[in-house]
Design a protein around this ligand. Structure first.
Ligand code: PLP
Length: 420
């Protein structure tokens, strides 16, 4: 089945009312048929609904649809993209462990990995996604995860997937890719050998800036990498918090199962059923939207590249971009709607932001309406000068999230802002 078909049909079996649309199951809890049924569900002898912090029938359709789109075994939705990233890290690492991250990442992931998880005793080490050989010197027996983005936000880099996966596999380390910007329409991390795909559903999934959410997807047969692997002993040893359950002994995808049973249970970052329903609506036209976002972004990138006031344009669909060869290999059918460009200075960037009329001054991406952002004064403001450079955010950098307006109108607006 092709992506567009999956996104309209997978995961929904019509309920007793035969509703054409997936219903919003707005309920905190579910009635058990009898005491035995309740006990069976808690013991995992039967699978079924218990409590919406753990699972929900509307969210279940969203999870199944997203897993099918990624070509994965199972998915688990979370309250936000950041919750998806934190739960992924917390599912493998604990005090004394380390994870290795791309040096250029979304600002929230930079502060999460550089500051917040440090307070939990987890160290983050950083590598250049174009120099996977750097990983060798960073890996030790306490390394639990290699985390990077398929198209980085806001530096717009495409990693050397093959090089990273080869080293990760050699050491039996899980790879997690934040696939938010590329979306599964343009990048399929599991086909590239990655183990986990993470998304902020708040972006292209909702598509219209309607709700905050996230999702974690695991590939088929991830158990082959986890079972018996001493790095992931907590998947292989009895979980004292769940009556001695051994995750790798169950015939279920273990990574998302452990997020559900241990982390959603204890940390509670579950999505609301209404938001899951909004994401189901967004997914129905994701492939159509991504095609347009990508076409328009390329047209605008070409315009900016030819403009004398623009020092540099970052868009992996441009032949001149250092990421072009990587995009040719790993990103298919377009390079998504995110691009950035550099002007002379911080002040010049702010002037341009104030002069645009069609672009909204918003810190979001993946909306149907075009967005302009100055990362150094907003999303990346909490980063030190050194962290800004490491994150690939020069002070004159402007990020554009190209929406679904006619690209000619967007070009005219940018031209006025640059020249006005
Ligand atoms: N990952 C990327 C690439 C993002 O751009 C964002 C937000 O901008 C996030 C994760 C965090 O997602 P959320 O805002 O849904 O927590």
């Amino acid at each position: 089945m092709k992506d567009q078909t999956k996104l309209l049909h997978v995961g929904y079996e019509k309920d007793t009312q035969r509703t054409m649309e997936v219903p919003i199951y707005q309920s905190t809890a579910y009635e058990f048929k009898n005491a035995k049924h309740a006990a069976n569900l808690f013991e995992l002898k039967e699978l079924g609904n218990i409590y919406t912090r753990l699972m929900n029938p509307t969210t279940d359709v969203f999870e199944k649809r997203f897993a099918a789109l990624e070509g994965g075994a199972a998915a688990i939705a979370t309250a936000s993209g950041m919750a998806a990233i934190f739960n992924t890290i917390a599912n493998v690492a604990e005090a004394g462990d380390n994870i290795i991250c791309a040096s250029k990442l979304y600002g929230g992931t930079v502060t999460l990995t550089g500051h917040t998880i440090k307070r939990f005793g987890i160290e983050a080490r950083y590598f250049d996604v174009h120099k996977p050989e750097e990983l060798e010197a960073l890996i030790d027996e306490k390394t639990k995860l290699i985390l990077f983005e398929s198209i980085t936000n806001p530096s717009i880099d495409v990693p050397d997937f093959e090089g990273i996966v080869k080293i990760a596999d050699k050491h039996g380390i899980l790879t997690a890719v934040d696939n938010t910007v590329a979306t599964p329409i343009h990048c399929k991390p599991f086909e590239l050998g990655c183990d986990i795909s993470i998304h902020s559903a708040s972006k292209y999934t909702t598509g219209q800036g309607l709700a905050i959410g996230g999702i974690i997807v695991e590939r088929n047969n991830i158990i082959d990498k986890i079972k018996g692997n001493p790095r992931y002993y907590h998947f292989n040893e009895p979980d004292a918090s769940y009556h001695g359950l051994v995750y790798t002994d169950l015939p279920l995808p273990p990574f998302t199962l452990r997020v559900r049973l241990a982390l959603l249970r204890d940390l509670g970052a579950a999505p609301s059923p209404f938001n899951s329903w909004l994401f189901i609506q967004g997914l129905e036209h994701l492939p159509l939207r991504m095609k347009q976002h990508s076409q328009s972004a390329l047209q605008i990138a070409r315009f900016l590249e030819s403009h004398p006031k623009v020092k540099k344009v970052n868009y992996p669909g441009l032949e001149s971009d250092v990421n072009y060869p990587y995009a040719q290999k790993y990103i298919k059918g377009g390079c998504s709607g995110l691009l950035s460009f550099e002007v002379e200075s911080y002040d010049e960037a702010l002037k341009i932001l104030d002069k645009t009329e069609l672009f909204s001054l918003v810190v979001n991406i993946g909306d149907s309406k075009s967005i302009i952002t100055h990362p150094a004064s907003t999303t990346h403001q909490q980063l030190s000068h050194e962290e800004l450079i490491a994150a690939g955010v020069p002070e004159g950098l402007i990020r554009l999230s190209i929406g679904l307006e006619d690209p000619e109108d967007l070009i005219a607006d940018l031209k006025t802002a640059l020249e006005g």
